[in-house]
Design a binder for this molecule. Structure first.
Ligand code: SF4
Ligand code: SF4
Length: 274
């Protein structure tokens, strides 16, 4: 993209390696000249390297000279672990579609389409406030990617298209849904498919009794993608505290995680409530 600045390391780099350790994608490595470089396909523009490492403000020539003098005495220059000694990391100015990487991966970026930071969705687990799920309904959440692995939108599309055969209601206030060309097919906009993010969350709504069909499709589609995903199922608790989706998850051959979240509804509902 002409004029676009992506996460880059400039010629001031002295190859101390501090940024390698903080990159969650393992995207930074040393080249043959001892300068660090960013693999632009692996980089998800999370800006961790830029945000975490403070610019120590040394000139590259000074650091190289100190290093060279010390090495003559078999000593080594080591920068403190929380700095980039020469401020060689360049803050990105991203253009669409690369900017999507930051929107899904950088917790300091607020998603333009939803106004929510992080991955751009408050998720179905905030149902006590948002009222996205009604009685008899189930929320299906598929989170693709993890630090160290990430996920391309082409894999997100593969899962969304597989689920689309069950005619789910994709959550409109979700950044993945907003990148879909057609929510009936789950097809995503062509230009985003090669973009990679730390993780992205598909959120869909269906009826409780259809949960086994969704889990079956997800079981099958996992072999077609080049990343990992975790699946969440949600429903509105009954007055006796029981969890309506438990029966349907177990019918599909799964057990609910003991770490499941139950929101008590202490937040102020943004919907009518019942
Ligand atoms: S922290 Fe700075 S000087 Fe050290 S390797 Fe990374 S970019 Fe280069
Ligand atoms: S922006 Fe994130 S993924 Fe890219 S090089 Fe920096 S730490 Fe790694």
């Amino acid at each position: 993209m002409p004029g676009e600045i992506i996460m880059e390391i400039n010629e001031k780099c002295v190859g101390c390696g501090n940024c390698h350790a903080v990159c969650p994608m393992g995207a930074i490595s040393l080249n043959t000249e001892g300068i660090s470089v960013v693999d632009q396909d692996k980089c998800v523009e999370c800006s961790t390297c830029y945000r975490v490492l403070r610019d120590e403000g040394y000139g590259a020539a000074f650091v190289r000279a100190v290093r060279s003098v010390l090495s003559a005495f078999h000593l080594q220059y080591m920068a403190a672990v929380d700095v980039c000694p020469t401020g060689a990391l360049v803050q990105p100015e991203l253009e669409y579609p690369r900017s999507l990487r930051a929107a899904f991966s950088d917790p300091t970026v607020v998603h333009a389409g939803t106004g929510v930071g992080g991955r751009g969705t408050e998720e179905i687990k905030t149902n006590d406030v948002t009222g996205r799920l009604g009685h008899g309904e189930a929320g299906i959440v598929v989170e693709l990617g993890r630090p160290g692995v990430g996920a391309h939108f082409r894999d997100v599309q593969t899962v969304a298209m597989a689920l689309a055969s069950l005619e789910p209601e994709y959550e409109p206030f979700n950044p993945v849904t907003q990148l879909m060309e057609d929510t009936k097919t789950g097809k995503m906009k062509e230009e985003v498919l090669d973009e990679k993010v730390l993780s992205a969350i598909i959120e869909a709504k269906t009826r409780l009794e259809r949960i086994p069909e969704y889990l079956s499709i997800l079981q099958a589609v996992q072999k077609e993608i080049d990343t990992v995903f975790s699946v969440g199922v949600a429903s509105r608790c009954l007055p006796d505290g029981s969890v309506p989706h438990q029966k349907w998850v177990e019918e599909a051959g799964y057990t609910l995680s003991p770490n499941g979240k139950t929101n008590l509804g202490l937040g102020r509902p943004l919907y009518g409530g019942d």
